[in-house]
Design a protein around this ligand. Structure first.
Ligand SMILES: C[S@@+](CC[C@H](N)C(=O)[O-])C[C@H]1O[C@@H](n2cnc3c(N)ncnc32)[C@H](O)[C@@H]1O
Length: 247
């Protein structure tokens, strides 16, 4: 039985709502210099936007995902480099991988400790774990104020810097780097963000009970639609944490 949170339900809208290939190119540029030699195993490869930008003769990339519909899209992009597979039971041998890469995945695996232990198992002695993780930071707009009722869901993740470092150290990995990814520009209108919430495009919305939906999502949607000029895009930039671990 796979663990984690499958993105099947948003596979057809994923690229349009998470920056698509352009985000993959930006993250790949941030990640590339941290890769160890040898194969990169991307855990939670999704639609393959980062892998597509990373892969090359010098950089063999393979990946796993628990979502068949996401993996199918990755397959259409980069061919037979992706398999169905779970972060907690990687289908590769001990000490066989140069880099284990997690991009926006560790908050979905339930418990990051076994995921880090599994990454450490498959890493070569000189291998690295590279993770893009944590609550994304962004420059503030009036959208943030309207989204405040959802704050406890949007702003809590299991893969913050300290939690990740503790889990990695417990597996014999030490932190080599922590910083931020290159900020990415985005422009979203209040009405589009309200639509995204109503259609539950964001994974943090999938866990809400009906009562939480009424108490937190409904007021946020109302506040968004009540903002002035709800069809005018608000420009901001967004970035994530980038951490690197090795032995
Ligand atoms: C936010 S997406 C990130 C996808 C890709 N890394 C990217 O940057 O676009 C998270 C992906 O992790 C997958 N996932 C969730 N839990 C997982 C697990 N336990 N093992 C493998 N993949 C998992 C989801 O199906 C989804 O495709």
């Amino acid at each position: 039985m796979p663990t984690g949170i499958s993105f099947d339900r948003v596979a057809d809208r994923y690229d349009d709502t998470r920056g698509g290939l352009a985000r993959g190119v930006t993250f790949a540029a941030d990640i590339r210099s941290w890769l160890a030699t040898g194969t990169v195993l991307e855990v939670g490869m999704g639609t393959g936007v980062v892998a597509t930008a990373l892969v090359g003769k010098e950089t063999p990339v393979v990946g796993v995902d628990v979502s068949p519909l996401m993996a199918r899209r990755a397959y259409e992009r980069i061919g037979a480099r992706v398999a169905l597979g779970d972060a907690l039971a990687l289908p590769v041998g001990d000490g066989s991988v140069g880099t284990v890469l997690f991009v926006m995945v560790l908050h979905l695996v339930g418990d990051i400790w076994p995921a880090l232990a599994e990454a450490a198992r498959v890493l070569r002695p000189d291998g690295r774990v590279v993770a893009v993780h944590g609550v994304p930071a962004s420059t503030e707009t009036d959208l943030d104020e309207a989204l405040a009722p959802l704050g406890s869901f949007r702003r809590h993740r299991s893969d913050d810097d300290d939690s990740l470092q503790r889990a990695a150290e417990a597996c014999g990995l030490r932190r080599l780097h922590v910083g931020g990814t290159t900020p990415i520009a985005q422009a979203r209108t209040p009405n589009v963000v309200a639509d995204e919430i109503e259609t539950r495009i964001w994974s943090y919305l999938w866990q809400l009970t009906d009562a939480e939906w009424q108490a937190q999502a409904v007021p946020a949607v109302r506040a968004l639609r009540a903002l002035p000029e709800p069809n005018r895009a608000r420009a901001s930039t967004q970035w994530h944490r980038l951490s690197v671990f090795g032995r």
